[in-house]
Design a protein around this ligand. Structure first.
Ligand code: DAH
Length: 337
């Protein structure tokens, strides 16, 4: 029995030494301690022995069994711990790998221009107003004296919603919303998105405008010119500007303001179409019909309004020659600002 004990012990030790993983150890457990295992076999043989022998050998076999069980359990535990350790190591980030550069964000040129323009007008005492992008036909057209036969009211030119609302085609409705809320005198600007069914090299279906409105007693065309020239000089520097008569339904008289072409300094080029001038905004004295709609007394109050496209200001300010660059989100372009 002693010899058998030692042989079993040696065999077990050898196999245990070779075991690489839990599966191997489980196999050893079955081989020695399983129902048909070697040690179990020894126990079964005890039945044929005398009581004396049974007692003695039984104790030894049980001792062996306990020892093997203990060793196997310990081995399984240590292999499990190793497995766990390996998993953790595999999950650990490799700090020696090169990192991914995080590009710091920057202000988009369109927003920069909005802020710049707003600052200029705020410094003159204007406040900033806001209005909805989904507008009623009343605010976008009717209240602004845009007649029903005007092409802008056509489905071809404006985005209509099923509800009958329109995506505002201009920031001018904010004029009406402001006048409905407050009494003159005041000076306000309203920057925001506008939408038109336009999409080509020089037009985008979504673009930005800034609206302006000044209402008070004795506000004149002279105030309009002084304010807008002051603005334009702060924006573009000392350059030549001019006012041309124009037409807008909500102003009377109306004008457009031009800047001497910044690309050719007035000599005439492709961008100014040979004229030497580039339009920067529309403006005019508020039409009394508009005042009537918001119950302003046009005998007592007068006002001027203006509206400009932001992308156009950005193009002129930064000398960009293609409007699509402003919407392309090309990081190489945007990084230059
Ligand atoms: N709403 C006009 C447009 O989108 C721009 C404009 C012109 C606004 C004259 C005004 C204005 O307030 O007085 O073309």
């Amino acid at each position: 029995m002693t010899q058998a004990y030692e042989e079993i012990w040696t065999e077990f030790s050898d196999e245990k030494e070779k075991a690489q993983n839990i599966k191997d150890v489980e196999a050893i457990k079955i081989k020695f301690l399983g129902k048909k295992g070697i040690v179990t076999g020894l126990l079964k043989q005890l039945g044929t022995l005398s009581v004396e022998e049974k007692k003695e050998k039984g104790a030894k076999i049980n001792e062996l069994k306990a020892k093997l069980t203990e060793i196997i359990e310990a081995k399984i535990k240590s292999l499990e711990a190793e497995d766990q350790e390996q998993k953790i190591r595999a999950d650990r980030p490799d700090y020696s790998l090169p990192g991914l550069a995080m590009l710091p964000g920057a202000t988009h040129p369109v927003l920069r221009i909005v802020r710049e323009i707003s600052e200029i007008f705020v410094s003159m005492g204007f406040f900033i107003a806001d209005g909805p992008e989904v507008e009623s036909e009343y605010y976008n057209f009717e209240a602004l004296n845009v007649p029903s036969h005007h092409p802008a009211r056509d489905m071809q030119d404006s985005f209509y919603l099923e509800s009958g609302h329109v995506l505002r085609t201009q920031t001018s409705p904010v004029q009406i919303r402001t006048m409905e809320k407050i009494k003159p005198p005041f000076k306000m600007i309203a920057p925001g998105k506008v939408f038109r069914r336009d999409n080509d090299i020089t037009h985008s279906p979504v673009f930005h405008q800034i609206e302006g409105l000044v209402v008070g007693e004795n506000v004149s065309m002279c105030d309009l010119k002084g304010t807008l020239v002051y603005f334009a000089e702060r924006m573009f520097g000392k350059r030549s500007f001019r006012f041309r008569p124009s037409y807008f339904p909500f102003t009377e008289p109306s004008a457009e303001m031009d800047i001497q072409c910044i690309f050719c300094s007035g000599g005439g080029c492709k961008i100014c179409k040979g004229s030497g001038w580039i339009e920067i905004l529309g403006c005019g004295m508020v039409n009394p019909k508009v005042f009537a709609g918001v119950n302003y007394d046009s005998e007592k109050f007068s006002g001027f309004a203006f509206g400009m496209g932001i992308e156009r200001q950005a193009i002129l300010r930064y000398g960009i020659n293609d409007i699509r660059l402003l919407f392309g989100s090309d990081i190489r372009f945007l990084r230059q600002f």
